[in-house]
Design a protein around this ligand. Structure first.
Ligand SMILES: Cc1ncc(COP(=O)(O)O)c(CNc2cccc(C(=O)O)c2)c1O
Length: 457
């Protein structure tokens, strides 16, 4: 088939042969999948020529924006020279070396060693085995348990989905895998009740100490957390949360894994979310913005202490595509442009502050209970009753209505339950931010009208 088939024929073939992630395929087949044909900057074009401002940067990943042909040039050149080789069996290649060195340079503190994967799920699976192997190598093989949070998202493999706190994924069977436990999330809007955000942040952080003490510090290997939960609905924790978590971690000898798959590479206004929130992880999970989604690549950036502690042990783990030469070369070029064009810098000093200002105005909309944002990842809580911070009776219906209204208004936003999410390409301009806000406002108005029609407001 080619790009020029009519949309309906493309949709029929898609329905006949293509199984979509997180989808009831019959429902989608009846509706027809939107065929995205091309993209440039922050703009998507579908197979009918409709254009959308992509406020989701694909899936939180196209930090550099679409259409940067330098990455295509680099990919082609690398494919011609060395399209594939592995880094098993005492071999390596320049793209993997160069990318590992560059990441060590960019990452804060002594995060100087990189284990590569093809994406974030594989990287978090690596982390489970890496921390357990590390402690065994320290003579503490019983330090195996990993603590995570409810409503966290760490991927969709058996291990990473177990680290995640999405029960609708665990219900598929045998998850969480043994040795993974979850504490509550710092989600004040939905779970704070009458507590102030300040008190709530401390209380939720304290659950980490309680859980470690319940299990026994000598059995706990690590705590894993997204600096800002992404797929859980861009849950920006109260300011009191992370300082208290850090205090607890400092008192106990367990490793801290910061999952920067979304927060990394400029998303929060610095190179890493750990810098924005002043966190000092032992391991950082990376993917998405590492290559701006132009190639599938992920990994774990590991501290000197952990890498050194592992170095005398054969770590029996690895993937065919660990450090893939083309993916590594493209990631390196992506990082070069993010750096040399001052994109991360401009997000931190100019466009993210501007976006925050504009995003906050959406909280004035009748449908919006709170508007939160950190750097260029933001969320709106839709509610039928702001003062009560009330959920809708049928969770998700409002989110879907506003999401559809966004598409009708030429905008892509993500709905997580009844929270609307943005994570635009970092190259978004002030004018495009104004357009994003204008279209989001129209979508909220249309969504509100639709929900009223359904008697939900
Ligand atoms: C924090 C975090 N960690 C790990 C992963 C897994 O990465 P891979 O997908 O490359 O294996 C993610 C991925 N995040 C993700 C992936 C797919 C959909 C959505 C959504 O918000 O609908 C979010 C993520 O957000």
């Amino acid at each position: 088939i080619t790009n020029h088939l009519p949309t309906a024929e493309l949709q029929a073939l898609d329905a006949a042969h293509h199984m979509h992630p997180f989808t009831a395929n019959a429902e989608l087949a009846a509706k027809g999948a939107r065929v995205i044909k091309s993209a440039s900057g922050v703009w998507l074009t579908d197979s009918d020529g409709n254009r959308y401002l992509d406020a989701m940067a694909g899936l939180w990943c196209v930090n550099l924006g679409y259409g940067r042909h330098e990455l295509a040039e680099v990919a082609a050149a690398q494919m011609r020279e060395l399209p594939y080789y592995n880094t098993f069996f005492q071999t390596t290649h320049v793209p993997a070396i160069a990318l590992a060195e560059r990441l060590a340079e960019l990452a804060p503190g002594d995060l100087n060693h990189v284990f590569f994967a093809a994406g974030g799920s594989e990287a978090n699976d690596t982390n489970i085995r890496l921390v357990r192997t590390y402690w065994a190598a320290q003579g503490k093989p019983e330090k195996q348990v990993i603590i995570s949070r409810k409503n966290a998202y760490h991927g969709s493999s058996m291990g990473s989905a177990s680290l995640g706190g999405m029960t609708y994924m665990h219900e598929q069977g045998a998850m969480p895998i043994p040795g993974i436990v979850h504490i509550d999330q710092p989600h004040w809007w939905a779970e704070g009740g009458d507590m102030s955000p300040e008190e709530f942040g401390i209380a939720r952080a304290r659950q980490l100490a309680e859980k470690i003490d319940e299990i026994g510090e000598d059995k706990v290997a690590a705590f894993i957390a997204e600096p800002i939960q992404g797929a859980g609905g861009v849950i920006v924790p109260p300011d009191s949360y992370w300082p208290e978590v850090k205090r607890i971690l400092a008192e106990r000898d367990i490793l801290f894994i910061a999952d920067e798959v979304i927060c990394g590479f400029g998303r929060t206004g610095n190179w890493f979310g750990s810098q924005t929130l002043d966190l000092q992880p032992d391991i950082m999970t990376i993917a998405k913005g590492l290559s701006s989604g132009y190639q599938p690549i992920g990994g774990s950036i590991v501290s000197d202490r952990v890498a050194e502690g592992l170095s005398r042990t054969e770590f029996n783990h690895g993937y065919t595509y660990s450090g893939h030469p083309v993916a590594s070369a493209v990631a390196l070029e992506n990082l070069r442009i993010l750096d040399e064009e001052g994109i991360v810098e401009r997000v931190g000093t100019d466009t993210a502050p501007y976006l925050a200002e504009r995003w906050a105005t959406l909280a004035e909309h009748p449908l919006v209970g709170e508007a939160r944002i950190c750097g260029m990842m933001g969320s709106l809580a839709l509610t039928p009753d702001k003062a009560a911070r009330a959920p809708f009776a049928k969770v998700g219906e409002a989110g879907m209505a506003v999401r559809e209204a966004c598409f009708a208004n030429g905008l892509v936003m993500r709905a997580v339950g009844d929270r609307m999410i943005i994570s635009p390409p970092l190259i978004i301009s002030r004018d495009e931010i104004d357009l994003l806000i204008a279209r989001a406002t129209m979508a909220l108005d249309d969504g509100q009208a639709e929900l009223s029609r359904r008697g939900m407001l």
